[in-house]
Design a protein around this ligand. Structure first.
Ligand code: ADP
Ligand code: MG
Length: 693
């Protein structure tokens, strides 16, 4: 009987579900029938087709068909064991079942059974332990197909087991597969040698052979990537077609003037990305460029260069930073580079007094201020620009896409430059940014010495502190990072406010120890940062407020307490605070965790200073959400695709999406009708936000 269900129906109406189980399904992210049939197995258990006993192999799962002999109860009260022999004319196999005395009632000697289990060979005799069993009716069995069977194992919960999910899905999958509409143009499906979507979904749940699983997963993963790429690229394509941005060309004279302002010669890597940026800025299509580089590669100088190109064209620039510490650091740098120039620099952040704020807003509106640096305060409604030509977002992962868009909306199609904090692995960059218009600084400023990173376990702590203390007394400075501001009753972790006194009195006696954390008032924070920058404070005890951007070249020591609590990229980012000058720098990862996984993770950091490599490892271990931080919206989640494993498929999907959009930018042609519909269904809500800017 055909089911009266459609793919959009609530899962509650699927036979065997109902309101109670619907709640359990909701926990798995399943609310509709379509979600249910896209809930794919995470693995399969094999019931192989039968083999003669003489052919079985040690260590393999085998299915044997034969006659039971010597069925015995060998159990004691505490350990119940049923044993038997199975013979099939080619050989004999020992069987044992633990904790299953009821089998003595179900089975009998002389009975023909089918058993599946893992083969162990002991003293030349084959043995199956706890095999699954099935009675064989010989007349009936001749008609059954003897094939390998792949039993799906589903992601499940306590309330909903894999077996229950399997029953529910098996029951409807044939009917429901019939309703799946093919949305790939047939030419593309053929060219990429993909099975139909219908068959892929069916065989993903009910594979007939092992190869079915990968072929099906491949198709579903391709669909996920293609739709994601179409979503990302339509946004970008629209932006690129939209003229009306103000061209900001750069002359040789301007180039020379800007270079004179910088206190160092730009590296070839910086020069290369500056060329890419200037090419974009000179056009009447607004730039939307991502600047990637490892920590310390010198992104700020590139941002300053771009800003001055805009100012030379009498356009305003907004530089958005995630923290006030960072915003005020940018302000100081710009001010020192541009002292005695005619460029006016403004500042807008939460710490301004009401009067200061009013003045700043007025000067931004009138155009008196050329470059304004600020925090989230820049996004506020009250902020109006005279002619905002360039928006620069520092440490983009700290901002949501909507916030970036809000700032850009304050100009007439301003150019946008986004600076990443953590290098983003290519695969992830492609899914978020469509792999378009990315610039990478591939070198570092000259004279950098590699940072020595060491894992400090409990027994090494005293020696480590002695080393820190000596370094400080030789005139260098240190960061000491704690996971908590205050001590907590529930977390057994050291806290900055408590440890600061202890350090000043004990391990670092004689040094001037300062404190910086996120709950301090902005004015206090900037005072502490000033004292650290000027060298008055020797050791700065801090929370991860110093994680991003902070630049004090004389600081050569980074001590991270409870290092196992942080992600690799975050640790790399923290470590990026040192090694910024030409002095040798040290990063000490304190950890008393005995978990081998954390040790392995921390060791990656001890052996590599390549941020791209570390980010890839982090992505492998923790996934994209963790890597980029919770505030990064718009990371698509995939059911079948895996951006680490399927990078090649992702590239294919990206190319195919580009080709489709080149021929049919709005997906209006009839062969793209279903594709367009599916795209809207999946991405309509987020599509407006998918643009980088
Ligand atoms: P990030 O890319 O992490 O934002 P910064 O822009 O803070 O890095 O630069 C790191 C340090 O390198 C700063 O102290 C900066 O002044 C210095 N720096 C940047 N570019 C150069 C260069 N071309 N030559 C020498 N030092 C440089
Ligand atoms: Mg920076």
């Amino acid at each position: 009987m055909a089911l009266n269900l459609s793919l959009d129906d609530a899962v509650q109406f699927v036979p065997g579900v109902g309101p109670g189980r619907a709640k359990a399904f909701a926990k798995l992210g399943i609310s509709t029938v379509e979600d249910l049939i896209e809930h794919f197995p995470s693995r399969y258990d094999l019931t192989p087709k039968s083999t003669p006993i003489e052919d079985i192999e040690e260590g393999k799962v085998a299915t044997l068909v034969g006659e039971l002999r010597r069925l015995r109860n060998r159990g004691s009260l505490t350990k119940q064991r049923v044993t038997a022999n199975l013979i099939d004319g080619t050989g004999e196999c020992h069987i044992q079942w633990f904790h299953s005395p009821y089998l003595l009632d179900k089975l009998h000697e002389g009975q023909v059974v089918r058993l599946t289990g893992k083969v162990v060979v002991q003293e030349d005799k084959a043995k199956l332990t706890n095999p699954t069993w099935q009675a064989v009716d010989e007349a009936q069995d001749a008609l059954e197909v003897d094939e390998d069977l792949w039993n799906p194992v589903y992601p499940a919960t306590n309330q909903l087991t894999s077996v229950q999910i399997e029953k529910i899905i098996v029951n409807i999958i044939d009917d429901m597969a019939e309703r799946i509409i093919e949305f790939l143009p047939s030419e593309l499906q053929k060219r990429r040698k993909l099975p139909s979507r219908r068959l892929a979904i069916l065989r993903y749940h009910k594979p007939l052979k092992q190869a079915d699983v990968e072929i099906s997963r491949h198709r579903i993963a391709y669909d996920e990537f293609l739709l994601c790429q179409l979503a990302v690229q339509t946004g970008r394509a629209r932006a690129r077609r939209a003229r009306g941005a103000t061209p900001l060309p750069r002359s040789e004279a301007v180039d020379a003037r800007i270079r004179k302002r910088l206190p160092f010669k730009l590296t070839p890597g910086q020069d290369k990305v500056i060329e890419e940026i200037c090419y974009d800025l000179a056009r009447d299509v607004s730039m939307s460029r991502l600047l990637q580089a490892d920590v310390g590669a010198g992104k700020t100088a590139v941002a300053v260069y771009a800003s001055l190109v805009a100012v030379a064209n009498r356009n305003q620039v907004a530089i958005l930073a995630p923290t006030e510490v960072l915003a005020s650091q940018h302000l100081q740098k710009l001010t020192s580079y541009l002292s005695d120039s005619r460029v006016n620099i403004g500042y807008l952040a939460g710490s301004l007094t009401k009067r200061q704020r009013t003045v700043a807003l007025q000067e931004i509106r009138s155009g008196e201020i050329d470059i304004v640096v600020g925090t989230h305060a820049l996004i506020e409604h009250a902020v109006d620009f005279h002619n905002l030509g360039l928006v620069i977002i520092d440490e983009q992962h700290k901002f949501g896409v909507a916030q970036r868009a809000a700032l850009s909306a304050k100009g007439r199609r301003p150019h946008t430059l986004v600076l990443t904090a953590t290098p983003i692995p290519r695969s992830l960059a492609m899914t978020i940014f469509g792999d378009l218009d990315a610039s990478v600084i591939e070198d570092a400023p000259p004279g950098r010495q590699p940072i020595v990173t060491t894992l400090v376990t409990e027994e090494l702590e005293t020696r480590a502190w002695k080393f820190v203390s000596e370094l400080i007394h030789s005139g260098q400075q240190a960061y000491i990072v704690y996971p908590l501001v205050d001590e907590s009753e529930t977390l057994p972790l050291k806290a900055a406010t408590v440890e600061v006194t202890r350090l000043a009195n004990e391990h670092l006696a004689g040094a001037n120890v300062g404190l910086l954390h996120g709950r301090m008032k902005p004015a206090e924070k900037s005072q502490v940062m000033d004292q650290f920058r000027s060298g008055k404070i020797h050791a700065l005890v801090a929370t991860t407020v110093i994680e991003v951007g902070v630049d004090v070249p004389n600081a050569t020591m980074m001590v991270i307490q409870h290092a196992e609590r942080y992600g690799l990229s975050q640790l790399h980012q923290l470590r990026g605070r040192i090694g910024r000058g030409d002095l040798k720098s040290y990063c000490l990862l304190f950890s008393d965790s005995t978990n081998p996984k954390s040790t392995e993770r921390l060791n990656i950091l001890c052996h590599s200073t390549d941020g791209f490599h570390i980010a890839e490892q982090d992505l492998l271990m923790r996934g994209p959400g963790e890597l980029l931080g919770t505030r990064q919206h718009g990371i698509p989640t995939f059911k079948a695709a895996d951006i680490n494993r399927d990078i090649h498929l992702l590239q294919q999907a990206r190319d195919d999406a580009a080709e489709i959009l080149r021929a049919d930018p709005e997906l209006k042609n009839s062969q793209h009708r279903e594709l367009n519909r599916e795209l809207n269904r999946r991405y309509a809500a987020s599509q407006a936000l998918m643009r980088t800017g």
